[in-house]
Design a protein around this ligand. Structure first.
Ligand code: NAG
Ligand code: NAG
Ligand code: NAG
Ligand code: NAG
Length: 482
């Protein structure tokens, strides 16, 4: 891949004189890159939800637009008839909250008094390293994030040519969260498709495409904002993330704090886990957004990175996954929506009608994907992740960086099989996570008869109603009044 940093810089930083030097430094760095090289860091495997998609799928570094067909994908007498994809937005800017913390950290470094032993150490390199991020960026999709989506579109269209209409997009169905990074991801995906069929031509405005712009549906894509029980018991509950808070002051984190404070020559009492975490993420943002390796990456070694990865995973575990049942149960409506699309396609095929929505694309968040994967039973460790079992969890399944990097995607592929001898065999399903076949949670097989899959999840399909699941337990008001 060619070095894209200069173009990205133009797009995302005001060309002030103060930044000119850094721009030149970046250009110099880029000049050393060979095609196929990517700027990388030994910390990359530990960035959790801030992981670049290509760090999970390294082959994409050299072939970002050509799919690697998983050999487990069905072929031959089974033809894909529908694809329902749940897609996390592409690479994004830090949120305003993260940018504020980063600024505080920067001030802390600037405030270090004179009389330090090593006047030109890492702390000074960091003080001199420009703060690229401004408040307006607040979590928006970056150019690299649009590219993530365009390239994903190109790969999926090459992987499932019968499903992606060549002539027009009237049968594509797009749904998105209201967040601009998700809306923009949907638009970038469509542009990628256009590019696939009309190389070199400028894509039309999304509003002019037959499918129209993605339709916003937060009840579906941000169900966590609409579930009263989740909001009360987890999101707004100061004690729900107990293990996260305990780990922040535990021995593993303390050891990292001590090391970093010493390296930066800052009193350790000025530091805390939140500041350290934002420093760690800054290494990831500089890599993912701008393709540069910043001195923030030199602050940590891989032991520190593993501790910070665990901190991120702990939060995801307790807030979005197995920590509390409501975390995953709040995604039932989305799960059911996916199966309604599949049911409809099955019905239409059975009546020899064309499938009305061969491609359904749903754009959301890591917080959309994790609860759904948990609802389906994926990445569940024998023991919960706690503040006290960091060492024991070294080989855990629940590593958010492997599951939900930027642009992560969970795809249901429905097949119609010609040589079926019974009606049950006629429809089969495979699931792909980040373009690799995900064995079914119940059988560990790479493919399932559609009927068996529905049967396995019949509790969720039949007895999980959002209105019931998300209802708060009734307070006994009669009792209260007495
Ligand atoms: C797009 O395709 C649909 C059927 O799939 C067709 O009815 C419609 O006329 C097409 N529109 C254009 C502009 O080709
Ligand atoms: C907050 O979380 C704790 C720990 O899970 C729980 O015991 C408590 O009932 C929760 N509070 C509310 C208001 O749901
Ligand atoms: C259909 O035939 C293929 C080989 O062409 C075989 O792999 C597959 O298992 C068959 N499917 C069914 C449902 O019998
Ligand atoms: C509510 O309180 C009343 C009065 O104490 C009691 O009789 C009743 O069983 C309570 N109901 C529930 C559901 O706890």
């Amino acid at each position: 891949m060619l070095c894209g940093a200069p173009a990205l810089l133009r797009a995302c930083v005001a060309p002030t004189a103060a930044l000119a030097a850094a721009l030149l430094a970046t250009l110099a760095r880029c000049a050393l890159l060979e095609p196929g090289d990517a700027v990388t860091s030994a910390l990359s495997p530990y960035f959790g939800t801030k992981t670049r998609y290509e760090d999970v799928n390294p082959r994409l570094l050299s072939h970002p637009e050509s799919p690697q067909r998983d050999p487990e994908l069905l072929a031959g007498s089974c033809t894909p008839v529908q694809l329902v994809a749940l897609i996390r937005h592409g690479t994004r800017y830090p949120t305003a909250k993260q940018i504020h913390k980063l600024r505080r950290l920067h001030e802390l470094l600037q405030d270090r008094g004179p009389g330090r032993a090593d006047p030109r150490g890492l702390g000074d390199a960091l003080t001199d390293w420009p703060l690229w991020y401004a408040d307006w960026m607040d979590g928006q999709l970056v150019e690299k994030g649009q590219q993530d989506m365009r390239q994903l579109a190109l790969r999926l269209a090459s992987l499932f040519p019968p499903l992606f209409p060549r002539q027009n997009y009237s049968r594509l169905r797009l749904v998105t969260s209201s967040k601009p990074r998700c809306v923009d991801s949907g638009a970038a995906f469509l542009q990628g498709l256009w590019q696939h069929y009309h190389p070199g031509l400028r894509p039309p405005d999304i509003a002019e495409m037959e499918c129209g712009p993605p339709s916003v549906n937060d009840k579906l894509m941000r169900f966590f904002d609409h579930c009263e029980k989740f909001l009360t018991e987890v999101e707004r509950n100061a004690t729900a993330l107990h293990h996260v808070e305990v780990f922040k002051t535990g021995p593993e984190m303390q050891s990292t704090l001590n090391k970093v404070a010493a390296a930066l020559q800052v009193p350790v009492n000025d530091f805390n886990a939140d500041l350290i975490q934002v420093a760690f993420f800054t290494c990831s943002f500089d890599l993912a957004i701008r393709g540069v390796k910043s001195p923030w990456c030199d602050v940590f070694d891989t032991d520190d990175a593993k501790v910070l990865e665990y901190l991120n995973d702990l939060k995801q575990y307790w807030k979005r996954s197995y920590g509390y049942t409501i975390n995953s149960r709040s995604s039932c409506a989305l799960f059911q929506d996916i199966f309604q699309h599949l049911d409809k396609a099955v019905e239409q095929k059975q009546r020899s009608q064309p499938v009305s929505s061969p491609v359904v694309l749903q754009f959301g968040h890591a917080e959309t994907l994790l609860p759904l994967l948990s609802l389906m039973g994926y990445f569940k460790d024998k023991e919960p992740l706690t503040a006290y079992n960091y060492k024991k969890q070294a080989h855990r399944k629940f590593r958010s960086g492997h599951i939900v990097p930027y642009a992560s995607n969970l795809i249901f592929v429905l097949y119609h099989c010609e040589n079926a001898t019974t009606p049950k065999e006629e429809f089969q399903v495979q699931m792909l996570l980040n373009e690799k076949v995900l064995p079914l949670a119940h059988s560990q097989e790479t493919v399932s008869f559609y009927e068996d899959l529905k049967n396995h999840y019949k509790d969720i399909l039949q007895s999980c109603q959002t209105s019931e699941e998300c209802k708060l337990p009734k307070v006994n008001s009669t009792y209260d009044e007495l």
